[in-house]
Design a protein around this ligand. Structure first.
Ligand code: TMP
Length: 253
């Protein structure tokens, strides 16, 4: 069988050339990294769970008219996506103080924010993805004013959709990160949600207990990451209630 051409390999995913021009195949690995890959582990089944969860969130967004790169899931670890030109920014939306926001501003984790706050980080591993302002983005030409306005609007629509979907299953969306890409259709360009939306890129807390159901479980050594992601998938109906965690062997006694 002809080997597909690898286009890019990141910390958690691999991109291959897709079956048609303008498409890629996105493969989800089991690797987990934190603190700019200072901490690394392989969590069996994580890639399978993130593939399913990202499919769930992206197809939901597509269905309500928020454009994403997602076309369809191909198999356990792969999905077909549209090729986009990634804007080199991580767009973070925060509803509740946590993580670097709490550290930077001295606000306790769990403190609700007066309104959703949108932040931009410049995607550069060597610099540790620094926080940047609109001034930096405009001055260096990473995006124009219209793009910036559109990115904020897109990020807030994603926030509303994710918050509602998760609230319905007893999960509080604390914050999340998205990446945004450009798609060209002739002379016309539009922005779409790209990369992935999964518990790797969100903070998800159980509403009642505050239990962490996201990558902080790995970052802070709070327990079994695959179990946490499996719980999110089960609650959202992405996994049958009783099945073994995806990607893990089923135990038969
Ligand atoms: P932070 O509090 O560490 O800045 O993270 C904010 C949100 O962004 C959180 O939901 C985790 C997510 N995130 C990523 O997806 N990738 C990253 O590299 C970082 C630092 C955060």
């Amino acid at each position: 069988m002809a080997r597909r051409k690898k286009v890019y390999e990141g910390k958690g995913k691999v991109l291959y050339e897709g079956p048609e021009p303008g498409t890629f195949v996105q493969y989800f690995k089991d690797d987990a990294t934190a603190f700019n890959a200072e901490k690394h582990d392989v969590i069996e089944g994580k890639g399978v769970l993130n593939n399913r969860l990202s499919e769930f969130f992206m197809s939901g967004l597509n269905a309500i008219g928020v454009p994403t790169h997602f076309i369809k899931r191909i198999n356990m670890r792969e999905q077909l996506i549209r090729q986009v030109e990634i804007i080199p920014l991580e767009v973070v939306v925060r509803n509740v103080a946590a993580g670097s926001f709490s550290k930077r501003l001295g606000i306790d984790e769990g403190e609700p924010l007066p309104r959703p706050i949108v932040e931009f980080y410049y995607k550069d591993d060597a610099l540790g993805d620094p926080l940047v302002t609109e001034e930096h983005i405009l001055a260096f030409g990473w995006a124009g004013q219209q793009d910036l306005d559109d990115m904020v609007a897109l990020a807030l629509r994603v926030n509303d959709f994710l918050s509602g979907a998760l609230l319905g299953v007893g999960i509080r969306l604390i914050d999340f990160k998205i990446e945004i890409g450009r798609i060209w259709e002739g002379d016309y360009m539009r922005l779409v949600v790209a990369d992935e939306i999964s518990p790797d890129s969100c903070r998800l807390w159980d509403i009642k207990t505050g239990k962490r159901l996201d990558k902080d479980v790995f970052r802070r050594d709070l327990g079994d990451l695959a179990d946490a992601y499996t719980e999110v998938a089960r609650r959202l109906g992405v996994l049958p209630q009783t099945s073994a965690p995806l990607g893990k062997p089923t135990l038969i006694n």
